[in-house]
Design a protein around this ligand. Structure first.
Ligand code: TYC
Length: 125
């Protein structure tokens, strides 16, 4: 009996000597059923997580947010914070949907807890 192993094919193996004869299962010896399937290699959509500027959130708080939730070092956190301060919006990172959503929630909860109006949003790339 022929055994076909290939990631682009799938389906049941051919009938063997002890395989009961049922409808759809009566292939003779030396035969195999091959069905073509699509290789599932779709990459996930990516989302930018952004911080928005405001007039009240302390700069040091924003730097802390970038270090704590986006794993930025002090220099990179300062750079991003100043970019947001000067341009109104800036990118903290790029993530899959669920991770981006989690980051936004964590930042918004943290800002609220400290009574800062800091806004964090996500946008599809
Ligand atoms: N503009 C704020 C200030 O002058 C600092 C700030 C930076 C606030 C970035 C939010 O996302 C922000 N204190």
């Amino acid at each position: 009996m022929m055994h076909i192993s290939n990631s682009h094919f799938s389906g049941r193996p051919a009938a063997g000597p002890d395989t009961p004869r049922r409808p759809g299962n009566n292939d003779g010896p030396g035969t195999a059923v091959i069905t073509r399937t699509k290789p599932q290699t779709k990459r996930p959509s990516l989302y930018r997580v952004l911080l928005l500027n405001d007039d009240y959130t302390p700069m040091e708080f924003v730097v802390h947010v970038l270090e704590r939730f986006f794993n930025k070092n002090r220099d990179e956190a300062n750079r991003i914070m100043l970019h947001v301060h000067h341009h109104g919006v800036g990118e903290c990172g790029v993530f899959t949907y669920e991770v981006a959503e989690t980051k936004v929630t964590q930042v918004m909860d943290f800002a609220r807890k400290h009574q800062h109006p800091l806004q964090c949003v996500m946008e599809k790339k």
